[in-house]
Design a protein around this ligand. Structure first.
Ligand code: GDP
Ligand code: IMO
Ligand code: MG
Length: 425
């Protein structure tokens, strides 16, 4: 398989985990390059349902190598829990899961600061984070104050923590939050160091050697383009670059090694957390999408906000990431919707917008211009070929591709591995 980058083209939860699981069949190494345990990637195989947060979604194929790249912020305790949970279900990761020694660490005070800031902000100023410590850990990375996974192994942990904890406890006190227990932190991280020692590696060299040996890489983006810290709905974003540039920065692989980009989009739109969502539905149709699509956060369990497919967003994501093919997921969720809409442009103050404006205040006031489509009102979840879909469903997917200028590569009509079919890739 050509080296493939898979990105979310909306606000996350597009079904990336499931598509990565399917594409992993043809890859040798699956690599996460950004984010942390804010991600929740779901894979359903038969009756088994797995939700992965840090471990790449290729792990369920027993012969695949999986890499947690340098661009992530890794909570060592969450990673250990995930490895143990997988082992308890018969998924062995030893010898084939590698964590970059350059990956940044999320520790207790990051999670506490994340929670304290969110809880203290007035409703309108909240981001609605997953409270996994992502923002504070990336902030420490940029400020050159953070610990990295390799630091777990250098014997300096006690000393490294001492200065940092004092400063963080001052910040926590200012937010009215309880201090972090430094002794507990040291104890937890020392135990984590011993557990994770065999997993921590120079993944930059490992990945480049794999490339040289002709092995194929599959990059698994977390979150989505509209949550990107540069291109998303800032400040209602996450603190990393899920978009294509993040793949190089977060793995140490040269840009020219990436042969193609697959964008994952839901056949409608969801968002969890605060921030604008121009095509949001506040009515019973939105509720039906939430129920039928089981739109509840895989990490936090929060209900996801639902809306129509937004072609402005998908076009913007295709442009930024250079998307070669769409993987369209959850088409089956629209099976019983009588009239379906696609947002094709925005209107604000009498002006039409065909791309996403930078100003959050402008975007908040944008109203979508819709095209309407008759629903197909029949089940698609047993379909295995594009040609066998109802005519209206084919027309809907075709229009989605035409409006975004990207061909269809993969279509998904159910949560199972088997309900995913490839059209072009
Ligand atoms: P990710 O974060 O992009 O990996 O997506 P999530 O796992 O957070 O959310 C996607 C949800 O949709 C999961 O519960 C999947 O099992 C489910 N899912 C994926 N593809 C389909 C599909 O084609 N149809 C339906 N009904 N569910 C799907
Ligand atoms: P996957 O990989 C959906 C959202 C949060 C919040 C904002 C910032 O499963 O698609 P953070 O904790 O990152 O500081 O929160 O980003 N968010 C996600 N939404 N899917 C995700 O990941 C997300 N990861 C973060 O809800 O609005
Ligand atoms: Mg998710």
């Amino acid at each position: 398989m050509p080296n493939t980058l898979l990105i979310g083209a909306q606000w996350g939860d597009e079904g990336k985990g499931k598509v990565v699981d399917v594409l992993s069949q043809d890859a040798d190494v699956v690599v996460r390059y950004q984010g942390g345990s804010n991600a929740g990637h779901t894979i359903e195989i038969g009756r088994d349902r797995y939700v992965l947060h840090l471990v790449p979604s290729g792990i369920l194929h027993p012969d695949k190598t999986c890499v947690i790249g340098n661009g992530l912020v890794v909570d060592p305790l969450a990673l250990i829990q995930e490895i143990k949970d997988l082992a308890a279900r018969g998924v062995r990761v030893d010898g084939r899961l590698h964590v970059s020694d350059r990956a940044q660490m999320v520790v207790a005070y990051h999670k506490m600061l994340d929670a304290a800031r969110e809880n203290r902000s007035p409703a309108g100023a909240r981001i609605g984070t997953t409270q996994r410590g992502i923002g504070p850990a990336y902030a420490d990375k940029a400020a050159r104050l953070n610990l990295r996974m390799g630091d777990l192994l250098d014997g300096e942990l006690e000393h490294s923590l001492a200065d940092r904890v004092a400063e963080k406890n001052r910040a926590l006190a200012e937010l009215g939050a309880a201090p972090v227990d430094a002794r507990q932190m040291l104890q937890d991280l020392s135990a984590a160091a011993e557990f994770l020692r065999p997993f921590i590696a120079d993944t930059v060299t490992l990945l480049n050697e794999a490339l040289k040996a002709g092995r194929s890489l599959l990059f698994e983006g977390a979150q989505g383009t509209m949550l990107d810290i540069d291109f998303g709905t800032y400040p209602y974003v996450t603190s990393s670059n899920p978009t294509c540039g993040g793949a190089c920065a977060g793995s140490g692989v040269p840009a020219r090694a990436i042969d193609r980009v697959v964008g994952v989009v839901k056949a409608y739109t969801t968002r969890v957390g605060e921030g604008p969502l121009p095509t949001e539905l506040h009515d019973s149709v939105g509720e039906r999408l939430r129920e039928r699509g089981r739109e509840f956060g895989a990490t936090t369990g929060r209900p996801r906000r639902c809306g129509w497919f937004d072609a402005v967003v998908a076009r913007y994501a295709a442009m930024i990431n250079g998307v070669d093919f769409w993987a369209v997921t959850k088409l089956d969720v629209l099976d019983e919707v009588e009239t379906i809409r696609i947002g094709v442009a925005y209107e604000c103050d009498g002006r039409r917008y065909d791309t996403v404006p930078a100003s959050i205040h402008l975007l908040e006031r944008c109203r979508p211009v819709y095209e309407e489509f008759p629903g197909w009102m029949s089940a698609t979840s047993n379909v295995t070929r594009f040609e066998d879909l109802p005519k209206q469903a084919r027309a809907y997917v075709q229009r989605l591709c035409d409006l975004t200028g990207v061909p269809l590569g993969i279509l998904s009509v159910g949560p199972q591995r088997a309900s995913t079919f490839r059209i072009k890739i």
